[in-house]
Design a protein around this ligand. Structure first.
Ligand code: SF4
Length: 483
């Protein structure tokens, strides 16, 4: 059966309402006042963009919302979207010393959203273009989080920056590929406008490699930043995969971001293959758009899923189903339309390898199948653009992790095409890091201020925390930039 929208505009809008409403002024004040404003705050170290978290929280506590937003957006121009989509429990909130006092961590993400909403909704300009130009220019290929992070940092350092974005709108995954109830396209596009307000030119519908040639960019610009993200979803390689009701998860989510919600076609019984962040976004949105049943099909077990625990909880609360240790064998169809999936049970053998259980095949009826198996690297495209660029075996670009500089000295990279696929905030942080790498390469100057990617470790108690025992803090994987 051809897929159709299921819900009325009113129902769809209600179901897709934001999952976590904004704090009221009173709630924000109470939460901000819980913060200990730690010196050497581990939450800062855990933020890949190095936002001075205690500083902005203190400003909220003092009623200075504009100042709080300035602190956030200077460090991370995508601070409003990161406030909504960051896995805070694995980053800043996971490092908060309150956990070591057996208290709930400070809700940093929600406070960040509270402050940034204030300036976006009231059209308050908190960032300014650089007072002086330094007479150099950079081309940024890709207008997603990495490209925007790089462009904003360069613009504030005085560079002329032009972003080349192949889509009709910039913002990348933030605009087209994140669950609607977490982040709306208009919030992403407001941040794109913020970056433009710094003097960054954004050419949309401009795919480098077609009419725009890399050789021309190399002649016109002093350096190039590449933040092109990842490519298509990996294929299942099973019969029936190319039937019309088999979608890539990002294509399905893109429909939700580009069509009115009540016009998005969705199945009555939807299977989502995979169990990462995008799979959860797809299954929950299918359910919220009216699917009677929306089920994750995952070949490994519950404890192996790459999705975060909070995402798992959202999906369960939405009434989504989970079929663990189950793999698709064939997409079934009648008269060219999907009618179900042939599935098989899987298990780990004595050597720990995943295998299909012989004779375990069974059939489940579905009218829509969504593939969320992760995305392929952009190997072919990168090789076409830069034939001499050194790529790693996994298809990511080989680069200096501290500066993003590649084997081609004038080419810098960051974001998913460099790291293989991490969080939005990692992409922004890597874009920012590459901007500083470009600045150092072109001028010899270092930019002050911390940016790092982190993993949690253990260290002494932060000054001011009142603790007398070691706490979990991020180990720095990369460097502090110092003058
Ligand atoms: Fe506040 Fe927690 Fe950061 Fe300390 S670690 S400054 S308590 S948010």
């Amino acid at each position: 059966m051809k897929l159709k929208p299921i819900l009325s505009a009113k129902q769809a809008a209600a179901n897709m309402a934001e999952i976590e409403p904004r704090y009221s002024p009173q709630e924000a004040l109470v939460e901000a006042e819980r913060c200990l404003y730690c010196f050497d705050a581990p939450c800062i170290m855990a933020c890949p963009t190095g936002i001075d978290i205690p500083a902005f929280i203190k400003k909220i506590a003092h009623g200075n919302l504009t100042g709080a937003a300035r602190t956030i957006l200077q460090a991370n121009p995508l601070g409003a979207s990161c406030a909504r989509v960051c896995p805070t429990s694995a980053l800043c909130e996971g490092a908060c010393v309150m956990l070591d006092r057996d208290e709930k961590p400070i809700k940093i993400g929600r406070l960040q959203r509270y402050a940034t909403d204030h300036v976006f909704e009231n059209n308050i300009a908190v960032l300014k273009p650089a007072a002086q130009k330094i007479g150099k220019s950079v081309a940024v290929i890709g207008g997603g989080p990495a490209g925007l992070g790089c462009a904003a940092e360069l613009a504030q350092l005085g560079y002329d920056v032009t972003i080349f974005e192949k889509e009709q709108q910039a913002g990348g995954l933030n605009t087209y590929g994140i669950a609607y109830y977490k982040l709306r396209p208009e919030d992403s596009l407001a941040e794109v406008e913020l970056v433009k307000s710094l003097g960054v030119k954004i050419r949309t519908g401009a795919e480098v490699g077609r009419r725009i040639k890399v050789a021309d960019l190399e002649k016109k610009f002093d350096a190039i930043f590449v933040g092109v993200g990842l490519g298509r979803t990996y294929r299942l390689n099973i019969p029936g995969e190319d039937l019309p009701e088999v979608f890539e998860a990002l294509d399905f989510i893109r429909l939700i971001h580009t069509l009115p919600l009540h016009k998005v076609p969705v199945g009555r019984r939807v299977a989502v293959i995979g169990c990462g962040n995008t799979a959860i976004d797809a299954v929950t949105q299918a359910k919220r758009l009216g699917a009677e049943e929306a089920v994750i099909v995952y070949r490994r077990g519950e404890k192996d899923m790459p999705a975060y625990p909070y995402e798992y909880e959202i999906a369960k609360a939405d009434g989504c189903g989970f079929m663990f240790h189950t793999a698709p064998v064939e997409v079934l169809a009648e008269k060219g339309r999907v009618t179900g999936l042939k599935l098989a049970r899987t298990r780990f053998n004595a050597q720990g390898k995943l295998e299909t259980v012989k004779g375990s095949e069974f059939i489940e009826p579905f009218d829509m199948v969504i593939k969320a198996l992760g995305q392929e690297p952009q190997t072919a495209m990168l090789k076409k653009l830069f034939p001499k660029l050194k790529l790693a075996k996994d298809g990511t670009v080989v680069r200096d992790p501290a500066s993003g500089q590649t084997s081609l000295k004038h080419v810098f990279v960051g974001g998913d095409c460099a790291n293989g696929g991490r969080e939005v905030v990692n992409a922004v942080g890597e874009g920012k890091k590459a901007a500083r790498g470009i600045h150092r390469w072109l001028t010899g100057e270092r930019v002050a201020g911390p940016i790092q990617t982190t993993r949690l470790g253990v260290a002494g108690p932060p000054f001011g925390s009142g603790l007398d025992h070691p706490v979990r803090v991020p180990e720095l994987e990369a460097e502090y930039y110092k003058r």
